[in-house]
Write a new protein. Structure first.
Length: 548
């Protein structure tokens, strides 16, 4: 067996989650290897919805332009019941949110991420499978089978399983994966249709039987290309993969019935039969790119890691595709875990940083699984939240870590301003002394790690210079400081880069007044709100994350 040189992190699985994790690690200067058992990227439009929050994270990483160039806007949904239009959902977010909803085939998301990862000199090791691992106090020893058929032993400081619903890493850790499966099977197909419906809108067409239950379903999500959609529908008995497996005696496996299944792939004629029954208008499907039968389960792991080994994405949580939450939740798992691993690898992490991954992300996974199961059974319209809140939640803009041990307790306020653990909102109109154009806050934060934002002309508490020096020292040199001044204010000889709040949006969005500072984490969440900002309070906040 060949033995390779060690690496900081071994990532098993090169789907969107594993690629995001590897890219964020490499962007932080962490060495990693990423392996995938498949010889090539699958050409399937499985996960197709990209949420606004995920686009914000891609912006922070520096690859959002490539994603936007490849995607198409998702403007809303048209709903039909028994052939009658039921209404239209418009996916419109508040103007301060920088990105809308997008649709992009999963293989295109993977292509963009793989190319971005390649900029750091890291390539996917394809046809290479993790087969076993063992961890000790200092690291993890993993066994791989390689594309040549040989075996290799890899030593890493950490291992992350982004290896899907049937995760070997999850099983190797002995984690439970409780939940169940929906009895229905579905067909997926990537086709083109020439109907007259407005572009950019999904279609949900249902038939309600005499007993009042929905007995037929067609869901169409727009994809890049003229008249192109990813369609899903109930599978007819003759194409049931479960029945075929039962008849052949091939049923078994790990009991997790989730994802694409083998058996007979639906033909264009099978898709056309459903369109003939449920399409809002007569239409003919063409250009079938791929099709499959798939099952849906809902499961959640009991913990997101143990020791030096972690799971993310489908390895940790699976659920119905309602609202396009799965891939996006997994990508956010990766962004949360990556900066924590980077601190640990750099010996800069406090004692609770790695356990903070489970503390922050498992409650999110639990909420997403529960919500998507309810929506799959009862429909999004059954959600008691008001439409605006529902849309923000589906966009994943309401996720917070207020209960995390890694964020500071909030100062007294009326609850109307962002608190520690909340998403750091974007704002526009920031100007400087050299650039002749205004910038958004996300432009300022792009590519950065931890950032201290200090607001005010003469901030109460310690000076900006003292705060910046303390931030550098307390973060082992990893935190930068930005000074944001009210419009028209000056600060000759500023000790740190400064920006003016030309439109007053920063003060309004952050509820900032003279003497307010904010710690922004690498994943775009607030780690602390300091009012007034003092070195002492900053040290208490950063002590939750950074080691001595």
């Amino acid at each position: 067996m060949a033995r390779s040189e060690s690496t900081d992190v071994l990532v098993a699985g090169a789907g969107p989650v594993g690629l995001t994790l590897a890219a964020e690690l490499r962007r932080s200067g962490v060495s990693c290897r990423i392996v995938d058992r498949l010889p090539a990227r699958l050409p399937y439009a499985k996960a197709v919805g990209v949420q606004p929050r995920t686009l914000e994270l891609f912006d922070r990483m520096g690859l959002v332009r490539d994603v936007l160039d490849a995607a198409v806007p998702m403007r809303g949904q048209l709903t039909y019941l028994n052939g009658v239009a039921e209404g239209r959902i418009e996916l419109v977010l508040p103007p301060e949110v920088p990105y809308g909803f997008a649709a992009l085939p999963q293989y295109e998301t993977e292509r963009v991420l793989e190319q971005f990862l390649g900029r750091f000199g890291t390539v996917i090791e394809r046809a290479t499978e993790l087969t076993a691992f063992a961890q000790d106090a200092d690291g993890v020893t993993s066994r791989l089978t390689t594309s040549s058929g040989g075996e290799e032993e890899v030593r890493s400081r950490f291992l992350v399983g982004c290896d899907g619903a049937h995760s070997l890493v999850r099983k190797g850790l002995g984690l439970s994966f409780e939940g169940g499966a929906f009895p229905e099977e579905y067909m997926l197909a990537d086709v083109e249709v020439g109907w007259g419906l407005p572009p950019g809108y999904g279609v949900r067409s249902m038939h309600r039987g005499e007993g009042g239950a929905i007995d037929d379903l067609l869901v169409c999500i727009p994809l890049p290309g003229t008249g192109r959609y990813r369609m899903s529908m109930l599978v007819p008995p003759e194409l049931s993969a479960a029945r075929q497996a039962e008849a052949s005696g091939a049923a078994g496996g790990d009991g997790v019935a989730h994802g694409l299944e083998g058996g007979t792939a639906p033909a264009l004629a099978d898709i056309q039969k459903v369109l003939d029954r449920l399409a809002p208008e007569p239409v003919t499907a063409s250009a079938l790119r791929w099709s499959s039968v798939f099952r849906i389960s809902h499961r959640l792991v009991d913990r997101y890691g143990r020791g030096r080994v972690f799971v993310a994405g489908d390895a940790a949580h699976i659920h119905p595709p309602t609202g396009a939450q799965g891939m996006n939740t997994g990508i956010q798992d990766a962004c949360d875990l990556a900066w924590k691993l980077a601190l640990a690898v750099g010996d800069a992490a406090g004692p609770n940083v790695l356990t903070g991954y489970d503390a922050e992300r498992r409650p999110v996974g639990e909420e997403v699984v529960g919500r998507t199961v309810r929506h799959a059974a009862e429909g999004v319209q059954a959600d008691p939240a008001d439409p605006a809140t529902l849309l923000l939640r589906e966009a994943q803009l309401l996720i917070d870590y207020r209960d995390s041990p890694l964020v500071a307790p909030p100062p007294p306020d009326d609850g109307s301003v962002p608190r520690p653990g909340d998403r750091a909102p974007d704002c526009g109109g920031l100007t400087g002394d050299i650039a002749a154009y205004p910038m958004r806050l996300f432009d300022v934060l792009r590519g950065s790690g931890h950032v201290l934002l200090v607001y005010g002309t003469h901030p109460a508490g310690d000076t900006v210079a003292d705060l910046a020096a303390a931030a550098r020292e307390l973060s082992h040199g990893l935190m930068e400081t930005r000074w944001i001044l009210p419009a028209g204010a000056t600060a000759p000889g500023a000790p740190v880069p400064l920006h003016r709040d030309g439109l007053g949006e920063f003060a309004r969005q952050y509820g900032a007044g003279e003497g307010t500072a904010f710690v922004v984490r690498p994943d775009g969440y607030l780690g602390a709100r300091l009012s007034p900002p003092t070195v002492r309070e900053l040290a208490a906040s950063l002590g939750r994350v950074f080691g001595p």
